[in-house]
Design a protein. Structure first.
Length: 517
């Protein structure tokens, strides 16, 4: 018995030392976490208080639009209401079949209000609205071929392409009438978005795709109606398209802003189709001018950015509070992501440091890209941000911010391009009104002021009036020097490829009216 005592005492001493070492390790880790938490919290709170003193807002609730009464709310009209009439579980069940629309027929009906429903095995190209950037117009022949024999749409026996298109899209006329009546009676629009849902990345926006689909239907209908000299009907369809784009105006997400830009571009392409055909009346053109003048997409872009930052911060706070249960990489995708378990062990202070890094990039780059006061866009700031991100070495204080930021850098180009299109369309509307009054287009845009324009819209890249070139008695181009800030004489740049798209970052941004057919 005595012989076994020394080994037992030795084992006890070893265990005691191991416990002391473990306690020291735990203490060091605890001190490390405490220090990082304190450092991160202090840095983030200091920055936030300084910026809030300047008027910045980081609480997402500041960007949530207030509710409106249903009887004044376009979003609550019977056609649109089903978009948000669903039942759901937590974020995981949303992506694992847990999302259910209560009235599946109504939701499917809304989702199918599109101009490009295909039949199985069809090889016909989908309808094309044309591209104002390339000077192209809607291809009614291509659209008619798509609809002929397509059992998703009513059929016309006519050989006239415009008649075929209009007959097909008249399938939606009862619903469009409902929307036109609702738009006249309901001046406001608030979709019941679950802004308080956690995690924020799982907030659903099911209305965006149907709205864009409806806008596209309105525009193509308008083109067919213009071709058939049904100008009043075309005007009504484009008025509805404007209103549908405006229905998402107050929503505090960058994706809503971008979808709205797409809807406005589609609608303005319809206005251009009417100008090419010299179809619009002076009163209709004046109405378009009023609507276009009210658009300030640069201000809307800045508002969307600030809201996006607030929701990103809320997302980081959400995963910070989850601790070991959370995976912040979920913020980067459309559902729960694999991997990222290392982030579960991040100190709270590292989340704060990433919030700080994210907010600093917004302050130093994303927001200064636009000088709203002087109505200028600064591509050099975007270039500097891209360079800064490329040179930023990944570390615990910036890893999440570095993952989130690249997706934001192209939004300013989309916003400035669409605002340029708005300005160019305003000028084209004024030129058309001048042509109707004088039986010719002006030699200079100065002739439009003040009767048809209070002033010539300025180029967002140098502050000079938009450029204008006549290409004949009724043909012309209006152009901006574009993202490269170089006057290329009204020439666009195309990306490489067999069917190249316009390069948004090279060449001029051109709005063209070809000679009448």
């Amino acid at each position: 018995m005595n012989e076994s005592t020394p080994p037992a005492n030795k084992l006890i001493r070893i265990l005691r030392r191991l416990l002391i070492i473990a306690a020291c390790v735990v203490t060091v880790i605890a001190l490390f976490y405490a220090e990082e938490d304190l450092r991160g919290k202090s840095a983030w709170n200091k920055f936030k208080h300084e910026e809030e003193a300047k008027g910045e807002k980081f609480d997402y609730t500041a960007f949530v639009p207030p509710p409106v009464p249903d009887d004044q709310n376009l979003a609550m009209t019977p056609l649109l209401r089903p978009a948000f009439d669903y039942s759901t579980g937590n974020d995981n069940t949303r992506y694992e079949g847990g999302l259910r629309w209560r009235d599946t027929n109504a939701w499917q009906h809304l989702s199918n209000m599109r101009l490009d429903l295909e039949i199985v095995g069809s090889k016909e190209k989908k309808p094309s609205a044309g591209q104002w950037e390339k000077g192209s117009l809607a291809d009614l022949a291509q659209a008619a071929n798509f609809y002929r024999g397509n059992t998703n749409y009513p059929q016309s026996a006519s050989g006239n392409d415009a008649e075929v298109v209009l007959t097909a899209l008249n399938k939606f006329e009862p619903d469009l009438k409902e929307l036109r009546d609702a738009a006249a009676a309901r001046p406001l629009s608030r979709f019941p978005i679950e802004y308080n849902f956690n995690p924020p990345f799982a907030i659903l926006l099911p209305h965006l795709a149907p709205l864009k689909g409806l806008i596209s239907v309105c525009e193509l209908r308008a083109v067919a109606e213009l071709e058939l000299h049904k100008t009043d009907e075309a005007f009504a369809d484009l008025q509805l398209a404007f209103r549908l784009s405006d229905s998402m105006h107050d929503e505090p997400f960058l994706i809503d802003h971008l979808v709205r830009l797409a809807g406005l571009s589609i609608t303005m392409q319809g206005i251009r189709e009417g100008i090419v055909r010299q179809a619009w009346s002076d009163a209709q053109l004046a109405a378009f001018e009023k609507q276009l003048t009210s658009l300030d997409l640069l201000s809307d872009y800045e508002h969307a950015l600030r809201a996006e930052l607030a929701f990103h911060i809320r997302g980081l706070e959400y995963y910070r509070n989850l601790g070991l249960k959370g995976n912040p990489l979920d913020m980067l995708g459309n559902g729960p992501q694999t991997g990222g378990t290392a982030f579960n062990w991040m100190p709270d202070g590292w989340y704060d440091q990433n919030m700080l890094m994210l907010a600093k990039y917004y302050r130093d780059y994303l927001l200064p890209e636009v000088d709203e006061t002087n109505r200028l866009v600064k591509p050099a700031v975007t270039v500097a941000m891209d360079k800064s991100l490329a040179q930023l070495h990944v570390g615990p204080y910036n890893v999440l911010a570095k993952l989130l930021l690249p997706a934001l850098t192209k939004a300013v180009a989309h916003s400035s391009r669409t605002q340029t299109f708005v300005d160019q369309t305003r000028v084209a509307v004024a030129i058309e009104r001048y042509r109707m009054a004088h039986n010719e287009i002006p030699d200079s845009l100065n002739a439009l002021v003040p009767q048809f324009l209070s002033q010539i819209p300025t180029d967002l890249f140098d502050g000079q009036p938009l450029r204008y070139k006549k290409n004949g008695s009724d043909a012309y181009v209006i152009y901006s020097i574009g993202w490269n800030s170089t006057d290329d004489g009204g020439q666009i740049a195309l990306k490489p490829g067999s069917n190249p798209n316009v390069d948004d970052y090279a060449g001029d941004w051109v709005w063209e009216i070809p000679p009448p057919k």
